[in-house]
Design a protein around this ligand. Structure first.
Ligand SMILES: [Zn+2]
Length: 469
């Protein structure tokens, strides 16, 4: 950004972008296709019921057909029948460049038609909005990627770097049949990929007082689902028993639930807080000053504090208790479950804290575990995403954030791929994106999809430059 003679003034910066930015390749056909593809994919019921029950094959074949139609060579991969993934490499013009992974899952969470205004698998397009399960999580992004790849083929353009497209099964459960399987068994398909982009970022976040933000995810907390077990002496409920498993478990669960985790600010969260503070005209936060209190800073921000609040500390919430079978019988053991989430770099502290909170009489173990992630916000990938969003929405602000939960990026991180949450959508005020995730009446405006393909095209071609084929 400092190449022009007078950086720093908005006018010069915009002119600079117009002269050197990648050419747009999104034609009317791409704008039509992104809507049709979103709607068609929603109509294919790819509900993931968990425990290995799901079927993505129809959607995978639909995607593969459209990639093949554009002259690309998609590969279909299944760990189990029906659990189909699609991987396709778009060759770049520079074989020495790193590759970029763009991934989207094809499965969706269940939807109960009785709760919805339209049938969740109708894909209905009404008043400029596409309705149905997957409209924002994340058949919209799958459609945007497809429409963009096909627009490039029509225009005869290719990116400088290889772009690997992956459409996965089973993200909404354990990823065992999807990204986990691909990373473990087909790592060769992702050779050269250093960065990945996928869901849960780059949507419009309205602060409610006129500011528009685009949070781009550059990190994820890790998943630490725990099983707690307490043992004791079984016996009659009327007798004296100080060796009661239920009492022990309940005490440990209470300590965990009441624990106040200390603030721990990761680089992504610091970058987010610094930008948000600046947007509110606050002093730059002195994170390492003695007595710095993140909650005080969050309270001085507006609604945007929601973006950061879940990721300033580890967390552990008790969710399930399981003990006993008869009111007058003291059971010999008791079990509980805790949903723990760990910040990047927070594992050791999490372990030590759980050891202390459970104490010597209650054991804890991981029931399910996924790593935390952190991706750089000072590198060229983040800069390209930011530039493309601001190009199409110049009045907005792009901020990094850390996701409180997780995505397929965790699986691909095993291949050394830094993951970003970037599924660009421009949404109107009052459109509660986060509430529609896994929610009732999930839907996406056609305008938002159009914005998304424009931003995606510009971002992918800007990464490490482009050369017309
Ligand atoms: Zn998702």
């Amino acid at each position: 950004m400092a190449e022009t003679g007078t950086p720093g003034t908005p006018g010069d910066r915009n002119r600079h972008q117009e002269h050197t930015g990648p050419a747009a390749h999104i034609d009317q056909q791409a704008l039509d296709e992104v809507v049709t593809f979103t709607s068609d994919l929603i109509r294919m019921d790819t509900t993931n019921h968990g425990g290995g029950r799901g079927n993505e094959r129809q959607a995978a074949e639909y995607v593969a057909d459209r990639l093949a139609d554009a002259g690309l060579e998609p590969t279909l991969l299944e760990k189990a029948p029906g659990r189909t993934n699609v991987v396709c490499r778009i060759p770049g013009s520079d074989p020495t460049a790193d590759a970029l992974l763009v991934h989207g899952h094809l499965d969706v969470v269940p939807a109960d038609p009785a709760e919805w205004s339209v049938h969740p698998f109708s894909g209905e397009i009404r008043d400029g909005v596409v309705w149905g399960r997957g409209a924002i999580d994340m058949k919209n992004m799958d459609a945007m990627v497809l429409a963009t790849a096909r627009a490039w083929a029509r225009a005869g353009v290719r990116p400088r770097q290889d772009v690997v497209l992956a459409f996965t099964a089973d993200e909404e459960d354990s990823a065992e049949f999807g990204a986990g399987y691909l990373a473990d068994q087909h790592a060769e398909l992702f050779e050269g990929c250093t960065e990945g982009i996928s869901e849960s970022g780059a949507f419009t976040f309205h602060t409610g007082d006129g500011m528009r933000l685009y949070p781009v995810a550059a990190g994820e907390r890790g998943t630490a689902w725990l099983r707690l077990t307490a043992d004791g002496r079984a016996g009659h409920g009327s007798k004296v028993n100080h060796d009661n498993a239920v009492t022990r478990l309940a005490a440990a669960v209470n300590r965990i639930g009441e624990h106040r985790w200390p603030q721990r600010l990761t680089p992504t969260v610091r970058a987010a807080l610094a930008e948000l503070a600046a947007l509110r005209g606050l002093e730059p936060p002195e994170f390492d000053a003695p007595g710095f209190d993140v909650d005080t800073l969050l309270a001085r921000l507006g609604r945007e504090s929601q973006l950061v609040e879940p990721t300033v500390r580890n967390s552990a919430n008790p969710t399930v208790l399981d003990a006993g079978y008869k009111l007058n019988v003291i059971p010999g053991s008791a079990t509980g479950y805790v949903d723990g989430r760990i910040l990047p770099g927070g594992e050791d502290e999490f372990h030590a804290t759980l050891d202390a909170l459970t104490g010597p009489e209650v054991d804890w173990a991981f029931h399910h575990r996924e790593v935390p992630l952190e991706a750089p916000v000072d590198g060229p990938a983040y800069a390209a995403m930011r530039e493309a969003l601001l190009h199409f929405d110049p009045e907005a602000h792009v901020v990094p954030y850390c996701m409180s939960g997780g995505t397929d990026a965790k699986q691909f991180s095993r291949l050394g791929i830094a993951g970003y949450g970037f599924s660009p959508l421009r949404l109107p005020e009052g459109f509660d994106y986060q509430a529609l995730f896994h929610g009732v009446d999930e839907r996406v405006p056609v305008d938002a999809l159009h914005f998304g393909v424009h931003v995606l095209d510009r971002t992918l071609l800007a990464l490490r430059g482009t050369r017309e084929a």
